[in-house]
Design a protein around this ligand. Structure first.
Ligand code: NAD
Ligand code: APR
Ligand code: ZN
Length: 235
């Protein structure tokens, strides 16, 4: 990468949490295979069978509280702490492993498992318990209006304006552990290429978007990410 690197945008997907023990979505036996996507991750599914959807996310919310960040999360947190230029980590993941590893400059574009969103008063609350029992909203007191704060298929991801703003001033775009199967996240590399900046993919295997990257490295995130961060920070 020739151009002086000052401003970095990183996109992470389920692959960065895979080695922490959280199922990815599309690898063999991945999350969706236990549930058809349209049965759990769409507003229509929630309207049709709210108990199924609430139980699915209650199970996921409990699961992510039982796992730990891995070496990839910690390497990214080190980069966040030591990088003097602008850096934004955009994650498609809804777990809290980047936060727990220490990353501060972080944006969840698909929401967060450990939040509940009240559709009555629009307030989001940190939430570690279950929603199946239709708890009352701590703000408005209305019961049964709290939903997972997760962006479902067909809904708009969060803060796309902030993401494009960061991308337009970036010198480097790095994608880690994502299949490039879901838009608009999967389209960010094209935006970066149109801006003429360096693009790097770190993924277990070639993704749907690999051909858009100026460089692709394949292997487990717990190996590739610490190695890349060492290179960037000079060891
Ligand atoms: P999607 O990937 O199905 O499609 C998003 C849009 O991009 C659609 O308009 C689609 O037509 C378009 N698109 C898809 N493939 C394309 C391609 N190859 N080239 C160009 N355009 C393409 O996502 P969605 O159904 O709009 O879902 C919206 C958001 O919800 C997505 O960001 C998704 O990641 C998110 N989501 C989150 C979860 C979760 O549990 N966190 C689950 C499902 C979806
Ligand atoms: N190290 C690096 N990459 C890995 C590892 C690993 N240990 N394990 C899996 N991967 C890669 C897989 O090769 C795959 O390309 O991570 C990617 C995971 O892809 P998906 O399962 O499709 O997950 P993701 O790309 O995050 O899905 C995007 O789709 O369902 C929606 O909103 C949901 O955020 C999700 C989005
Ligand atoms: Zn409320």
């Amino acid at each position: 990468m020739d151009r002086q690197i000052k401003n970095i945008v990183i996109l992470t997907g389920a692959g960065v949490s895979a080695e922490s023990g959280i199922d990815t979505f599309r690898s063999a036996g991945g999350l969706w295979e236990q549930h058809k996507v349209e049965d759990v991750a769409t507003p229509e599914a929630f309207a049709r069978d709210p108990d199924l959807v609430l139980r699915f996310y209650d199970m996921r919310r409990e699961r992510i509280q039982q796992v730990e960040p891995n070496a990839a999360h910690y390497a990214l947190a080190r980069l966040d702490a030591e990088w003097s230029g602008n850096l934004l980590l955009v994650t498609q993941n809804v777990d809290d492993l980047h936060e727990r590893a220490g990353t501060k400059r972080l944006l969840h574009m698909h929401g967060e498992h450990l939040n509940a969103w009240c559709t009555a008063c629009d307030v989001r609350h940190g939430w570690r318990g279950t929603l199946i029992d239709r708890p009352a909203c701590p703000s408005c007191g209305i019961s049964g209006q709290l939903r997972p704060d997760i962006v479902w298929f067909g809904e708009m991801p969060y803060r796309m304006g902030d993401i494009y703003h960061a991308l337009n001033r970036a010198d480097l775009f790095v994608s880690i552990g994502t299949s490039g199967a879901v838009y608009p996240a999967a389209g960010l590399v094209r935006e970066a290429r149109q801006n003429g900046i360096a693009t790097l993919e770190l993924n277990l295997e070639p993704s749907h978007s690999s051909s858009w990257f100026t460089e692709s490295r394949h292997g487990p995130a717990t190996e590739l990410v610490p190695q890349w961060v060492d290179e960037l920070l000079g060891g």
